[in-house]
Ligand binder design. Sequence first.
Ligand code: SF4
Length: 314
Amino acid sequence: MSQLYSYSQYLQNTFGAKTYKIVVASGLTCPTRDGSIAKAGCAFCDVRGSSSFFGKQGRGKSVADQIQKRIPEVRERFGAQKFLAYFQSYTNTYSDIDYLRTIYEAALTHPEVAGLCIGTRPDCIPDPVIDLLEELAERRYVSLELGVQSFEDPTLLWLERGHDGQSSIDALNRLKERAPHVHTCAHLMFGSPPDSRTNPRDSALLLNQLGVKGVKLHQLMILENTELARRWKEKAFHTLSLEEYAEQVLEFVEHLDPSIYLERLCAQATHVDECLAPVWSRERWHPHNVLRSTLEKNGCVQGSKIRNPSSLPA
Ligand code: SF4
């Protein structure tokens, strides 16, 4: 038996009903795409391959129209009772305050939207943006999904993220101080060749101090049309086997405070034919089952390897 604080349990605790995310395109870009930092995007990123990508048709549509169109599908498919507007692709705080307020308020105005989930980068949340998020979060649910990816600088350089580990620590500390009502979820990626051996444990111990409410984990994937694909084709490098990845997840979870929910333990490639490595990323259930059985075989209890962990939420 393993004990983890799952995302479904967190949503049930927070909303008391089956809650699903509705993906919404904000029309924004990223500093690694518009030339401010770089033009080609982060080395691993294929926005088109992301399940969140809404395409050109979504970017031109109003936020309200996108939500209105998606809710019936999601309600019917998943039996969802409540909905969160999810600004997932690109950097959804990378704009002036007036535009951000307009798109966030447009989503919150929809009568069936229970709150917002906003994906962004650690170097794109200046204090005025944090203050806007806190103002909204004082009256409605707001979750900020922060693409940390790694706290280790050699890995961040290799991924061409355009920020260092300290940027994420600073961003999370500022969110903790200035925006106590915002639920922050950190995204982490395991399996980059420069990762240190202790990366999973160190990342968990750091996150325990930084006030996050949740974590989303994913493995490094080599997707077509990315800088990593170019490098990999030139000279293939090691990507994690499923068993190696499962060991890292186990190590991470055992050092993660039990009050922090785990939204996802691994990712699945959206376009399987465009995933070059690791090939297990093309499958949906097998990785999930191996991860679960590794955690169970090891009697994994979230936070069991830290001193004075909080108890698992009911
Ligand atoms: S990983 Fe995020 S910040 Fe980097 S290019 Fe892709 S969407 Fe933009």
